[in-house]
Design a protein around this ligand. Structure first.
Ligand code: XMP
Length: 527
């Protein structure tokens, strides 16, 4: 096991994921756990994550006392990344310094030292890495040496072979660090001598076991299926343990795409063999959204309506069948968690809320169910891999469905969702766009594609007539986990054909624009 200790970085889960990609089992715990808890895990390697703090400020997160003494006595190699490296230096008697020049951010070249253990896999002494730090190590603790240096002359790789302690000032876990994954792999396989024997089946087994333990032999659970991959995979997993003690509901909240409700119900009933009740809540949700145009208020309103449906569904089970469910299953993924709130287990108040994702931020404090979120530590492509396991047997086309946000078209009709024509126009445009992607063999190459209805009219000319009609935007992005994304570079002919088809077939649209914004600075959805 490789233990990842979390100090609040946006990338901590990515470290755990990289470890798994190297077929080594990883467990993540908050950085301030007790030494006893760490010892219980019995790790063969430990990674200390980055974090938003400076080790020099008061109250900055620390490791439990005696941590390094214990690790050294057990010969467990420890790799500190960014904040983790500074914490190592600071705790062991070195000096960390806040740069007057404002630090180093973004991709940059470093030079590595011959004869180092961390870089012994690589004869090339130069590599590009992703840096993001304000503080740096000015003086190293005893027995440490510098094994990599940045262009500004900052020590960005340090090690003590004798003490089996290693530090990287940059982020080897992000894609932009050219040989970051190799460095991590080398740390795990060669330095820590960890065997590559972890498989996706392990996650399945662990989660089934956890659900068995938490839910027990008699309790019931309910689950809202959104029609997407995440909630379906979560439900299938829970269904394996609970069988008919799991009660699934699919809510038509009036914010679904064209014919989506029928198609999704058909998949559940005929392909996934999950018993599901369909509830039509569209009138109530749309009434709650009337007049709202602030994106956060809209998200909260949709989230609140969603919880009401749950409560009513659960009440119905009790009144009709004498069943009182005590658990709620959700397909929450790791990026939903990290973007909605501070990292799990963290006491930090420093992670910013980007959006209130409706399955996380929208939940009321007095929720009457305990949550089961079996995918909470996974990224989307890992969920697909889980669904692909023979024991799960989820059909491939279903697994390849693009993500669809909980608030649905509610965040794709900008402003008031109930404005005239908004939803109807958006549904038609979206269907044309997605069909064109499928016809052109592009759907599976793209992480997510959709249309956005803009509350804007522009002047056009159609059949010699002046028109004053709606503008729609098309968005298509490539991404590996939804946390960062880039727009998809369509061939001009494809965009031309789609634009023509939309303007010819959707009466109220006379202009189509294509969104060429990456994330960051944009987000994938427009609201
Ligand atoms: P953003 O717009 O934040 O989206 O860049 C990242 C990914 O998350 C999806 N998304 C959501 N998914 N509930 C969800 O289940 C939500 O409230 C929500 N908001 C955004 C979005 O479609 C993209 O895949």
């Amino acid at each position: 096991i490789c233990l990842v200790l979390d100090f609040g970085s946006q990338y901590t889960q990515l470290i755990a994921r990289r470890v798994r990609e190297n077929s080594v089992m990883s467990i993540m715990l908050p950085g301030d756990v007790t030494l006893e808890r760490i010892q219980e895990v019995d790790p063969k390697a430990i990674v200390l994550s980055g974090g938003p703090n400076s080790v020099l400020i008061e109250g900055a997160p620390t490791l439990p006392s005696g941590f390094f003494e214990w690790a050294e006595s057990k010969r467990i190699p420890v790799l500190g990344i960014c904040y983790g490296m500074q914490l190592m230096v600071h705790t062991l008697g070195g000096k960390v310094h806040t740069s007057d020049l404002g630090g180093e951010y973004g991709q940059m070249r470093i030079r590595t030292t011959q004869g180092s253990q961390l870089y012994s896999y690589e004869p090339d002494p130069s590599q590009l890495v992703w840096m993001s730090h304000g503080d740096s190590a000015e003086q190293l603790p005893p027995d440490f040496s510098v094994v990599a240096t940045s262009e500004q002359g900052v020590s960005v790789g340090i090690e003590s072979q004798k003490r089996r302690l290693y530090g990287l000032q940059y982020h080897p876990e992000v894609m932009h660090s050219e040989r970051g994954n190799q460095t991590l792999q080398h740390f795990l396989n060669t330095i820590a001598n960890l065997h590559a024997d972890w498989k996706m089946e392990n996650i399945l087994e662990e989660e089934l076991e956890k659900i068995r333990r938490v839910v027990g032999p008699t309790a019931h659970a309910i689950c809202a299926l959104s029609g997407g991959v995440d909630s379906a995979v979560a439900a299938i997993l829970v269904h394996k343990v609970l069988g008919d003690r799991l009660h699934c509901v699919f809510v038509d909240n009036g914010l679904l795409r064209l014919h989506e409700a029928e198609q999704v119900m058909d998949t559940f009933n005929n392909h996934l063999h999950l018993p599901v009740t369909k509830v039509d809540d569209s009138e109530r949700v749309l009434a709650a959204l009337k007049g709202l145009s602030d994106p956060e208020k809209k998200r909260k309103a949709i989230g609140a309506a969603f919880i009401d449906v749950f409560n009513n569904f659960a009440k119905g089970l009790e009144e009709k069948g004498g069943i009182k469910p005590s658990f709620l299953v959700q397909g929450t993924l790791y990026p939903d968690v990290i973007e909605s709130c501070p990292p799990p287990g963290s006491k930090q108040k420093h992670s910013h809320t980007i959006k209130s994702h409706h399955n996380v931020g929208g939940l009321p404090k007095d929720l009457q169910f305990k949550l089961i979120e079996p995918l909470r530590e996974l990224f989307k492509d890992e969920v697909r891999a889980l669904g692909r396991l023979p024991a799960m047997n989820v059909p491939e086309p279903f697994l390849q469905r693009h993500p669809f946000p909980g608030p649905g078209l509610g965040v794709r009709v900008l402003g008031d969702v109930t404005q005239p024509d908004g939803l109807a126009v958006l549904r038609q445009v979206d269907a044309i766009f997605i069909q064109a992607l499928k016809d052109g063999g592009l759907y599976d190459k793209i992480w997510q594609a959709f249309a956005v209805f803009l509350p804007v009219r522009s002047v056009g000319v159609q059949g010699d007539q002046r028109t004053h009609s709606y503008v729609v935007a098309l968005r298509a992005v490539i991404s590996s986990d939804g946390m960062t994304a880039d727009w998809y570079p369509f061939q001009p002919d494809f965009l031309r054909a789609v634009s023509t088809r939309i303007c010819n077939n959707v009466r109220l649209v006379n202009r189509v624009v294509y969104d060429v914004t990456s994330k960051p600075p944009g987000t994938i959805e427009w609201e």
